[in-house]
Design a protein around this ligand. Structure first.
Ligand code: UD1
Length: 444
């Protein structure tokens, strides 16, 4: 390929080979590692994270922390953050729009510097993704916040504890509150918190750094601010989104994939959902494997943890296209998570989108025009296609679809995938898929 889009953006060429078989080992999760790096900014001593994936998001976050004066080393699977020399409270504009990390830096940098500027956050375009819960939580804890056209400025002489109730159990806003409350003066009570495994992992890391955090049974975090935090060490838990994606890649192609490195507990709702569809699991302390003779359709609603994770939704829709009968997905976390379906339809999938809440209770998007329910009619043969990847999770859905299709596929803009998956080409090649890359080198 030599067209202009592939000069700056890499592409993957995929030749399906039939059933995928083999082993994949996942590393620590993308959605945890960068947040741990942010927490480390508050330690008086260095922090060390191991089992880190090789993903672009770590490089982006490392550069942001370096711009503040932190010393960050990324060596093999280990990231070390030495925060002693934080000298700036300003994250440069050039880091705007790349990931969700800038907004999470606000509380920690306020503790260090008393003022902060962060550029607008980015991440996948799967909904409006506002930061209003973050801003109102920071204000409740005493920050003076100003949202400008380029980013967010905040000031606070000393942050204090507060009683906060999130309108929705947002992962990022829960993390903002945890990262801010740990060094604030007094007690913070956070109701309607997100309790995703990656959030709990961050809370445990902060506890290891010396924070006083309790999780009450009703999804309430109670945090007593402390005067100082130390650095800590942590080996990250396996990425449940990657694990699910590879397990489904096996099922979609009629093969059997064994995933190492992701604890069963992180996949519990994924396992029970696939079991309901007729999948057979083998599970040990070290790995999970899944296969199926035939799969039944299902009705699935995405939700906050412990519900079915929204990031598992694109692989599931591809799997539904290969199950005989009608399946339904009700997306309740993001209002705009189905645009990727258009290309799947071009590949031959039969999917209809609705603004109604199908297959579950009415959600926040009930009265809106958001197309947040999908009906999938299977089983349809998929054809290879040339596709531009829209976002990280939808994009991985295309890889899985391409592996199950007839004929080759060419996926452009796979930098979205390389930002968040650990060595995906090697993983798929290890499962037997013929997959090759064109374009500039991947992040190392
Ligand atoms: C994180 C994950 C993402 C996952 C999501 C939900 C990272 C880097 N990303 O995203 O992979 O899909 O959790 O499990 O960890 N909301 C607001 N206002 C806010 C904050 C959120 O309205 O201030 C809404 C969002 O628009 C969305 C919902 O709350 O509809 C959930 O978002 P949230 O849980 O915050 O997602 P992220 O933390 O951005």
């Amino acid at each position: 390929m030599s067209d202009a889009s592939t000069v700056s953006n890499p592409s993957w060429r995929i030749e399906p080979v039939g059933p995928l078989h083999g082993d994949v080992t996942v590393r620590g999760s993308k959605n945890a590692v960068t947040k741990h790096m942010v927490a480390a900014v508050m330690g008086r001593t260095p922090s060390k994270l191991s089992n880190c994936p090789e993903i672009g998001d770590i490089q982006i976050t490392a550069e942001m922390l370096r711009s503040l004066g932190c010393h960050v080393e990324v060596e093999a699977d280990t990231v070390t953050v030495e925060p002693a020399d934080v000298v700036s409270g300003r994250v440069p504009l050039s880091y705007g729009g790349l990931n969700r990390i800038p907004i999470l830096l606000v509380g920690p940098v306020l503790h260090r510097m008393g003022e902060v500027f962060v550029p607008l956050v980015g991440g996948d375009r799967i909904g409006t993704r506002p930061v209003d819960f973050h801003v109102s939580s920071l204000e409740a804890m005493g920050a003076e916040v100003h949202m400008g056209p380029d980013g967010l400025e905040a000031k606070a002489l000393r942050l204090h504890g507060a009683n906060i109730r999130l309108p929705f159990p947002s992962v990022g806003a829960t993390e903002t509150v945890l990262l801010t409350a740990v060094l604030a003066e007094g007690r913070t009570v956070l109701e309607n918190s997100a309790i995703e495994p990656e959030v709990i992992e961050l809370a445990l890391f902060l506890q290891r750094m010396g924070a006083r955090i309790e999780l009450r049974p009703d999804r309430r975090f109670v945090i007593e601010g402390v005067e100082r935090l130390q650095g800590a060490e942590h080996r990250l838990d396996g990425d449940r989104i990657e694990a699910f994606s590879y397990l489904v890649a096996g099922l979609v192609t009629g093969g059997r994939v064994r995933v190492h490195g992701c604890p069963q507990g992180r996949l519990v709702t994924a396992i029970s959902t696939l079991q309901r569809m007729g999948a057979r699991f083998e599970i040990t302390d070290d790995w999970l494997a899944v296969s199926a003779q035939s799969l039944r359709p299902a009705v699935v609603q995405t939700d906050a943890h412990p519900g079915f994770m929204t990031d598992w939704q694109p692989p599931l829709v591809v799997l539904f296209s290969q199950c005989a009968g009608m399946s339904v997905v009700h997306e309740t976390v993001y209002e705009d998570r189905f645009p990727y379906v258009a290309a799947l339809k071009e590949m031959g999938a039969e999917v209809e989108l609705f603004d109604a809440c199908l297959g579950g209770q009415d959600c926040r998007f009930n009265e809106s025009t958001a197309m947040h329910s999908a009906v999938v009619h299977g089983r349809t043969s998929l054809r290879g296609a040339e596709i531009t990847v829209p976002d990280i999770r939808g994009g991985f859905g295309y890889v899985i679809a391409a592996a199950a299709a007839e004929g080759p596929s060419l996926l452009h803009h796979v930098h979205h995938l390389e930002r968040g998956y650990h060595r995906p080409l090697e993983a798929f090649a290890g499962l037997g898929l013929h997959i090759s890359r064109e374009g500039p080198p991947p992040p190392s």
